[in-house]
Write a new protein. Structure first.
Length: 126
């Protein structure tokens, strides 16, 4: 079996239509930290946001070369209490799905960012 020197996931990119609006949502509404905001060309910026203390960040990708926005991201965030987070996000005006509860599976629900990128929230196993 071959081994790798890869040790972690640093950043996952998602496509957004407007980076400023995305920052308002992720930082202002969700409460994420903005970790990096750097120009990479006269018309493009590299922006990373993340939940406080997280090792993996999300790059907010925009520009002419970015694929279309919206859809399933495959990103799942963990929280200590799915019910409490569900209520908090709903209070902040975020449309959240019903909490799914299956035997043997942690409670989970989904939400979309303003561009229609879908994320899941899963209660961390104790």
């Amino acid at each position: 079996m071959q081994t790798t020197s890869i040790t972690d996931v640093h950043t996952i990119g998602i496509n957004v239509s407007d980076q400023e609006e995305a920052i308002k949502f992720y930082v202002g509404t969700l409460g994420f930290d903005k970790r990096l905001d750097a120009p990479i060309s006269p018309t493009m910026r590299w922006i990373e946001v993340a939940p406080p203390g997280a090792t993996t960040s999300i790059a907010l990708i925009a520009g002419e070369d970015a694929p279309s926005v919206g859809g399933e991201t495959g990103i799942r965030f963990t929280v200590p209490d799915a019910d409490a987070e569900h209520a908090t996000l709903a209070e902040r005006g975020i449309h959240v799905s019903n909490i799914l509860r299956w035997e043997g599976v942690p409670p989970m629900f989904s939400f979309n960012d303003p561009d229609g990128n879908r994320f899941d929230i899963i209660e961390a196993s104790q």
